[in-house]
Design a protein around this ligand. Structure first.
Ligand code: JFZ
Length: 441
């Protein structure tokens, strides 16, 4: 409190982490899936015979397709293979505890029958409320649903990138009312939604209207007590985003780590707040793109490593899926979900409900921690067959055992340093050793 802070009307609503039950659930879930699904799934990265290598959900922009022409795709929107229960089973099998769904991406097409625009699933051959079907099916499997919502709307005539003239002002104020209406509609129609993840909020128009981002956070929290909101929504009085002008996180969790992660040694500051990272499986494809050979596709172990990396630093990880226009998933994604699920079934203990352990990073992998259980999640095996563990002062390792299996030898090599033996038989995949520890009172 010694430091002088700038007075703000639209800065952080609260200081420090939230510890209520809803936030705790958000945090304990740790692993989520992202679903990017919209009209862009139909062209799948190709327009007029040309394949664009950029993100498929941005195709309208890459190929400079006017809105009217783009929205013609609605006539082809008929995902005949879509079965919400199958999607929910797939998520359940993967071990995700929540799913973030694009209710509306930048293109402006709504997966729910919004009464505030014509650009919705209701006006396609499919007609039915896709979002409603998904929410119900995921919830029936015990999976939380989070809503992705792009504020930027390429199909709304009143959207502005900046506000410079009185005409812009009038249009943008109509746009903000339209957006409020859509958000209230979502909160009313789908009251089990647990989180809103805002996107498309980086333009000058939003930065000049920081008040509105604060208003949205309050409005949703009033309508849906316990709901969580990402920092990406927010801008303060001075247009400062994510963190306000006094350096305080806005919203409930930081959402800036996208397709990258904090450095496990240099960026430990992230352990002071809640955060959630999201990742694509190819280099940068969120929506369905027909050609995955255009960029590197991560292997299941590489995806797992990112999940563990995030949890080891007190964050959540959301793995993206871009379903096909027919409502099915590409085989690569089905297989990925299966192999992540198989690993989570055996080793999920080191993910769900786990947090930053506070121990010095070692080259074999990552630590996670739940209460007094410390997990070593091993991704790199040394020739020495010994995994080095350095404990904080006053902490002793008493015993080590493979998760649900045999114990492994622990030798104290120096004060607060141990060699934990590799399992006799190489597990052939990332494995987990659970440590029994003793801490000085
Ligand atoms: C946005 C979208 O444009 C993209 O299509 C996708 O939906 C993704 C999840 O979000 O892209 C972003 C947003 C923020 C950053 C980078 C890409 N960022 O903060 O670095």
């Amino acid at each position: 409190p010694a430091e002088q802070e700038i007075p703000l009307n639209y800065g952080a609503d609260r200081l420090g982490k939230r510890y209520d039950a809803d936030m705790q659930k958000f945090r304990d879930n740790r692993l989520g899936a992202f679903i990017h699904w919209g009209l862009y799934a139909i062209p799948g990265g190709e327009w007029n015979g040309k394949v664009y290598p950029g993100a498929a959900e941005w195709l309208k922009s890459w190929a400079k397709v006017p809105s009217g022409e783009w929205l013609e795709l609605m006539k082809q929107w008929n995902p005949t293979k879509f079965d919400a229960r199958k999607w929910a089973k797939m998520a359940k099998e993967m071990g995700v505890r929540y799913v973030k769904i694009t209710t509306k991406h930048h293109e402006g097409f709504c997966l729910w029958p919004s009464k505030y625009t014509e650009n919705t699933v209701a006006n396609t051959p499919y007609k039915k409320d896709l979002l409603g079907e998904m929410v119900k099916a995921y919830n029936d499997e015990g999976i939380d649903v989070h809503f992705y919502f792009s504020v930027m709307d390429w199909s709304h005539p009143d959207w502005r990138y900046d506000v410079k003239t009185p005409e812009d002002s009038a249009a943008f104020s109509r746009f903000l009312t339209f957006t409020d209406n859509q958000l209230k509609e979502l909160a009313t129609l789908y009251p089990t939604v647990k989180d809103f993840w805002f996107d498309g909020t980086w333009d000058a128009s939003i930065k000049k209207n920081g008040w509105w981002t604060s208003h949205v956070e309050r409005m949703l929290k009033e309508m849906l007590p316990g709901v969580t909101i990402n920092s990406r929504l927010r801008a303060d009085d001075y247009g400062k985003r994510h963190f306000d002008s006094n350096g305080h996180l806005m919203g409930d969790y930081e959402s800036g780590y996208e397709r990258r992660l904090p450095d496990p040694v240099k960026d430990l500051k992230v352990t002071r707040w809640d955060w959630e990272a999201c990742m694509t499986v190819p280099e940068n494809q969120w929506g369905y793109h027909k050609d995955w050979s255009l960029s590197y596709v991560k292997t299941p172990v590489e995806v797992l490593e990112r999940i563990v990396h995030a949890v080891s630093m007190g964050g959540n990880m959301v793995v993206n899926f871009g379903p096909q226009a027919d409502g099915d998933f590409r085989s690569e994604e089905k297989e990925l979900a299966k192999s992540i699920g198989a690993w989570m079934k055996k080793n999920g203990q080191c993910i769900y409900g786990c947090d930053y352990a506070g121990w010095e990073k070692q080259p074999w992998g990552y630590y996670t921690r739940k209460g007094s259980d410390v997990y070593m999640v091993v991704f790199n095996c040394p020739y020495s067959k010994h995994l080095t563990v350095k404990t904080p002062k006053g902490t002793q390792v008493v015993k080590a055992a493979l998760l649900n299996r045999k114990s492994v030898k622990v030798v104290e090599t120096a004060r607060n340093e141990y060699n934990v033996d590799m399992p006799a038989q190489e597990p052939g995949e990332p494995f987990v050793i659970k440590l029994q520890i003793k801490e000085a009172a």
